[in-house]
Design a protein around this ligand. Structure first.
Ligand code: NAD
Length: 425
């Protein structure tokens, strides 16, 4: 049992988290990556990663890695690592269906001595309360007698080429001291930055979810300050730059909070809190402020348009950027859609331009058809919503060329010099 030399790894879910991990393990251990999305498996089999996280050359370096969409191909594995999504439903409640599906799959493959490690972000207790009972039911095996569990949260940041899976210190944990030692040793084989062995799975789960909750609340505070400073007629970035000269002032900036993690994970924690009778205030207040920022941006732009006597109804609006963050194609939970929809409510005509997105995905996820190229002299207002490098390279002059002579230019991202735009957060 717990024999590193005979480890055969199965990774369940080959998205932003699962693929880079599979590639690193696949350089050292026999590894099979499973995904229920057959199209994803086909692209990986021909050496292409559409998330742009892993380059073709790196995929080639993973000599011992194979891809499959058939669960039975993982039958010979003895360590399973689950990296499936953990979204929220329409009521912002945790949606455990991917974790339940993956646990059912793994449970049917489990053999005595196997270890199942979860990486998906959850609330403290979820692995042992939700996933382990499924593993027991499907396998007929006993937890911590026949099979073991671990939890090791992922900290990667899509699009970030400096902080890679191997260079980010990783928290590990296990369901028994021996399992914890094995999980830690396993990750130490690939993580050059080292590991931090947490005392329990629940501690490791809690650590991950508060990392993102802390960011969410901090951004919410700065967003609230941006609302306040606008009323006071002072520029938020100037205030933040001045305050940032103090050694312990945290460098957060206002903005939209989208994506698969920061805008979602806090709801896992608040759900658990409510389940045990604690009503979280700070965390939900932060979520409310951050979720209102798209509407606020539109209000600001509409005011500026009014001041220039530009009618909002039927106005031509250009939104630059649709992804949830700069320089990556990730559209999940992007809050730029709030800006697009809000302008739609004003009966304005909105074009979205984003050189990073897959147009089919934008249509499928949000019913938005991004324009393929920019018209010139066409728009009444331009909102720079995402800080892609292409927009930085265009500069204020290049961006303004898409607008009419008196068009409003609003910068959500502090991408352009303050004096070159008409408004910003
Ligand atoms: N993306 C990030 O930056 C990031 C960072 C840290 C942690 N996380 C967490 O990691 C987890 C995974 O996130 P992600 O961004 O990699 O998601 P993702 O959507 O990019 O990838 C998940 C993959 O799992 C597959 N999948 C879903 N159900 C499956 C099943 N039953 N069997 C096999 N495959 C299945 C999907 O087809 C998809 O390809 C989430 O809990 C997320 O919160 C994400």
């Amino acid at each position: 049992m717990f024999d590193l030399a005979n480890t055969r790894i199965g990774i369940v879910g080959l998205g932003y988290v699962g693929l880079p991990l599979a590639v690193e393990f696949g350089k050292q251990f026999p590894t099979i990556g499973l995904d229920i999305n057959a199209a994803r498996i086909r692209e990986l089999q021909v050496g292409h990663d559409s998330t742009l996280e892993v380059a073709a050359e790196e995929l080639r370096q993973a000599n011992h890695l194979r891809y499959t969409d058939r669960a039975e191909d993982l039958a010979a594995c003895n360590v399973y690592i689950v990296t499936v999504p953990t979204p929220v439903d329409g009521y912002k409640r945790p949606d455990f269906s991917p974790l339940i599906g993956a646990s059912t799959t793994v449970g049917r493959l489990l053999k005595p001595g196997d270890v199942v490690i979860y990486e998906s972000t959850v609330y403290p207790g979820a692995t042992e309360e939700i996933c382990v009972p499924i593993l027991e039911r499907e396998s007929g095996l006993r937890f911590n007698a026949d099979f073991f569990a671990g939890y090791s949260p992922e900290r990667i940041n899509p699009g970030d080429k400096d902080h890679r899976v191997t260079s980010i210190l990783k928290v590990t944990s296990g369901s028994t001291p021996e399992a914890a030692a094995f999980v830690d040793a396993l990750y130490r084989r690939i993580i050059t930055a080292g590991t931090h062995r947490a005392s329990s799975i629940r501690v490791a789960e809690a650590a991950k979810v508060i990392e993102n909750t802390q960011r969410d609340v901090n951004i919410a505070l700065v967003n609230e300050l941006a609302l306040l400073f606008e009323r006071l007629g002072i520029d938020t970035e100037e205030v933040l730059l001045a305050a940032g000269t103090k050694w312990n002032f945290l460098p957060f900036r206002p903005g939209l909070v989208g994506g698969h993690c920061i805008g979602v994970d806090p709801y896992y924690l608040t759900h658990k809190a409510q389940q045990i009778g604690h009503h979280p205030e700070m965390i939900l207040a932060g979520r409310r402020i951050n979720d209102g920022m798209g509407t606020y941006v539109v209000q600001r732009v509409v005011k500026l348009m009014n001041q220039r006597r530009i009618a909002v109804m039927d106005a031509k609006i250009l939104v630059l950027g649709l992804t949830f963050k700069e320089n990556c194609p990730d559209l999940r939970n992007t809050r730029v859609v709030d800006i697009v929809r809000e302008f739609g409510d004003y009966h304005a005509c909105v074009d979205v331009y984003d050189p990073w997105v897959d147009p089919q995905e934008a249509r499928h996820e949000y019913g938005i058809d991004p324009v393929a190229e920019l018209k010139s002299g066409h728009y009444d207002a331009i909102i720079l919503a995402v800080g892609h490098r292409q927009f930085r390279e265009m500069g204020a002059k290049g961006i303004r060329a898409a607008g009419k002579p008196n068009a409003v230019l609003f910068d959500v991202k502090y991408l352009l010099p303050a004096g070159s735009v008409d408004g910003r957060l």
